[in-house]
Ligand binder design. Structure first.
Ligand code: CP
Length: 329
């Protein structure tokens, strides 16, 4: 097993090097490292709009996607990203795997490692599961969402989307509203957006607001209308009912009345405020269709597009060591 050292993997602004072997979270990334990954992703947006999209830089490498939780956007975009970079992509069918016979996560990780995967992408329902696997394998591991902990590539694609639509992330007032308590998207975005100097407001009923978001530089609100004042970006999150063991809200109807994004409520934000949602949406609960589908305001499908670019960039950067690129020759 390779040591989890911090030798150079690739050049980043200022002549330094990207030091991380895995991408398990936004936590631990310096602001210039976040910016570096976003900058790297920019090139792939135009490339992905061309008719011929293939690039061979990961040719000969094997990417395994192991998703222990359901996914549409993240799984497909990692698969597309790997294929566009020329990797051999294998999606592990967890429901058909020996996990269903009781095989442990660590034994599964050791098995994938013995198959000589070159990069592994993991989604898992337990916070910390991805780090556990990263500690057991020889190749880079990317976190595609672990429990309510982190979803780093989602935060990177959100930051890139904001930068492309608003010109910068710094100084933007970003209102993140929904089930903050259970949301890995909220956590990763809080870390990424505050690192990039956005003015972040977190909005939730008190039952769905974790303690201490102020420690990370955000402002907590329970009043969505008040939080929307001067907003440049409004990011809506769904209720993560699969992570709730109990009743956190009186009813979805009550929740929609206080925390649903409607045209009337959006009018409290800046006239050109951008609407975002990581998906999947629960239309009529946290957002109504007339807002979600408004091409002038909604960046929701653009988020999907930037998602492929970000995942291509992350796969490229994290495999540079194995490919002998930038100081690894
Ligand atoms: N945003 C996101 O993670 O969506 P999926 O669950 O469809 O991957």
């Amino acid at each position: 097993m390779l040591p989890s050292d911090h030798r150079p993997a690739t050049l980043i602004p200022g002549g330094a090097v990207f030091p991380h072997r895995h991408l398990t979270g936004i936590a631990g990334l310096a602001p210039h490292e976040i910016t570096f990954l976003i900058d790297e992703a920019e090139q792939w947006i135009d490339a992905n709009r061309a008719r011929a999209k293939s690039d061979k830089r990961l040719e000969g490498l094997t990417l395994i996607n192991a998703f222990f939780e359901n996914s549409t956007r993240t799984l497909l975009s990692f698969e597309i990203a790997g294929k566009r970079l020329g990797a051999d992509v294998v999606n592990m069918g967890v429901n058909q795997s020996s996990v269903k016979k009781g095989e442990t996560l660590i034994d599964t990780a050791v098995t994938l490692n013995a198959m000589r995967a070159d990069v592994i992408v993991i989604r898992h329902g337990s916070s910390g599961a991805v780090q556990l696997i990263a500690d057991k394998v020889d190749c880079p591991v990317l976190n595609a969402g672990d429990g309510s902990h982190e979803h780093p590539t989602q935060a990177l694609l959100d930051a890139l989307t904001i930068r492309r639509r608003r010109g910068s992330v710094a100084g933007q007032r970003v209102v993140i509203c929904g089930d903050i308590l259970h949301s890995r998207v909220a956590r990763s975005n809080l870390l990424a957006l505050t690192a990039l100097a956005a003015d972040v407001r977190m909005v939730a009923p008190s039952t769905l607001m974790p303690a201490g978001v102020e420690r990370f530089g955000a402002t907590a609100f329970t009043d969505f209308d008040a939080a929307l004042d001067g907003a440049d970006v409004v990011m809506m999150l769904r209720l993560q009912s699969e992570r709730m063991n109990g009743a956190f809200i009186p009813s979805t109807r009550e929740y929609h009345l206080r925390y649903g994004l409607t045209p009337e409520r959006l009018a409290r934000a800046r006239p050109d405020a951008l609407v975002m949602h990581p998906g999947p949406m629960n239309r009529g609960v946290e957002i109504v269709s007339s807002v979600a589908d408004d091409p002038a305001r909604s960046a929701i499908t653009e988020q999907v597009e930037t998602g492929i670019a970000v995942r291509m960039a992350c796969l490229d950067v994290l495999t540079r060591r194995a490919r002998g690129v930038d100081g690894w020759a």
